[in-house]
Design a protein around this ligand. Structure first.
Ligand code: PLP
Length: 444
């Protein structure tokens, strides 16, 4: 397993993260456990911010909080000077409750409800990223009724398909997200928005996909966006002050994944925007980007305890752990791949190839196929690396399994940032209607 950030093997032959022995973490907090390397999160934030400083552009680096949205994470994003993307009332609530400055919050999503829009306007968030005509009219009407003007970006589908897995591509014309440039919807929405009293058009947004390992897609998107901006200026006399080129910067999950340094993506973006806008004699806009996965992905490690082992001679050895698709649905959802190691036997050579199964009642609940490990035993501690993005945030209570705790580790200190769910969390919202109540319970 590749050791990310501050991860290392300590003098006891155990995996250590942020100066904390993982075996001690498992004993103190239980398993499964999400462990985040705080220093690595902060380093990832700074790589983007530092790359923009000195580029000559005004910028915002907005952390796409859907990758991992907790109050402690919002605090780190704030401390590191990032902005924040939210996609729902729950994410917005989390950010506000953590004290995240509302003016640096951007609200995304293709179906914001009237209640969510009211909540965001009342909180005075910085910007709506408007996705469709229904939303534009709704936001305008709600803003108008409150006598305020709302800043807006408009999400474009630039017709750029990033080289990535089909399920996580969002830049093509056939997408539930955004306004298509090619079919005229994008021009039409800007024209309509420009005539609305309660909408201030800041500019446009494009997000071409996820887990992208090259810069060509961003260059193409910058070209399309600049060309569209020039068309809007020529037709409507309206000049954009902000261009948001989205997120999707890749990370290393397994050997063979070749992410570029944050600075390389940022330089490609700033160079392309400068070139494409200058070419069209267009004033240089602010550049906003929205990394999610690449801020938190490789900073997360999930610790599991090994339980049942089923050996099918000549076929496969299934090694089951005390979590699975409930804490990491990505392998089941889109065949995502991960690396892992025995954290308590970190110096031992791999002696066999096994497959890691979750404990849910689904044959598809497999975390890793064909993983070389030193022969695992019940009670061993399995560490799966690179689980920081879209694991906790996508976790479920399937099989009524309680969601794990989350800890941040740094300089030998471990702090709980999300408590492990209790049975009360699992069943506490259930209500038994009067007519279904057990007599004894009823009379008690
Ligand atoms: C999901 C998403 C992001 C973040 O994507 P990552 O692959 O996690 O960097 C950014 N912007 C938008 C609009 C998104 O939907």
């Amino acid at each position: 397993m590749y050791l990310h950030g501050t991860s290392r093997i300590n003098e006891f032959g155990r995996l250590e993260i942020g100066g904390c022995d993982t075996l001690a973490l498992a004993e103190r907090f239980g398993t499964p456990l999400y462990v985040y390397d705080e220093e690595l999160i902060r380093r990832r934030c700074r790589e983007y911010v530092d790359a923009f400083r000195g580029s000559g552009f005004e910028f915002q680096v907005a952390y796409a909080s859907k990758a991992f949205c907790t109050m402690a994470m919002c605090r780190i994003a704030d401390e590191e000077g990032l902005s924040l993307d939210v996609v729902s009332d729950g994410e917005l609530y989390t950010a506000l409750r953590a004290g995240f400055p509302p003016e640096r919050i951007h609200f995304h999503g293709n179906n914001k409800t009237p209640e969510e829009i009211e909540m965001a306007i009342d909180a005075k968030i910085g910007c709506f990223v408007i996705d469709n005509f229904t939303e534009l009219r709704l936001v305008n009407a709600i803003a108008e009724s409150r006598g305020v003007k709302v800043k807006a970006l408009f999400r474009l589908t630039p017709g750029v398909s990033a080289h990535t897995h089909e399920y996580i591509s969002t830049g093509q014309t056939d997408s539930k997200f955004g306004f298509d440039i090619g079919n005229g919807a994008a021009m039409a929405v800007i024209e309509e928005a420009a005539g609305l009293s309660s909408i201030e058009v800041l500019g446009v947004h494009s997000h071409i996909g996820s887990q992208i390992f090259e810069v060509e897609g961003f260059r193409l998107a910058a070209d399309k966006v600049a060309s569209f901006a020039a068309d809007v200026r020529d037709r409507l006399g309206l000049v954009f002050s902000v261009i948001n080129l989205g997120g999707g910067f890749g990370i290393r999950y397994v050997e063979g994944d070749k992410p570029l340094p944050a600075g390389t993506y940022v330089r490609a973006i700033t160079d392309a925007v400068r070139e494409q806008f200058t070419k069209r004699s267009y004033p240089l806009p602010q550049i906003w980007i929205e990394p999610g996965r690449s801020i938190v992905g490789d900073a997360g490690t999930t610790l599991y305890t090994v339980g049942s082992i089923k050996d099918i001679p000549g076929v496969r050895k299934y090694v089951s752990v005390d979590g699975g698709m409930t804490d990491n649905p990505r392998p089941a959802l889109y065949d995502a791949v991960y690396e892992a190691m025995l954290a308590n036997r970190a110096n031992e050579e791999a002696s066999e190839v096994v497959s890691i199964a979750g404990k849910c009642c689904e044959s598809g609940d497999m975390l890793i196929w064909d993983l070389p490990l030193p022969s695992p035993n019940a009670g061993d501690l399995l560490a799966v690396s690179c689980t920081g993005a879209y694991n906790y945030s996508m976790a479920s209570n399937y099989n009524r399994i309680r969601r794990p705790a989350v800890v941040f580790v740094r300089d030998g200190q471990a702090d709980l940032v999300v408590k492990r769910e209790t049975y009360e969390d699992v069943a506490g919202n259930d209500v038994i209607p009067e007519r279904l109540r057990k007599k004894e319970v009823h009379q008690a």
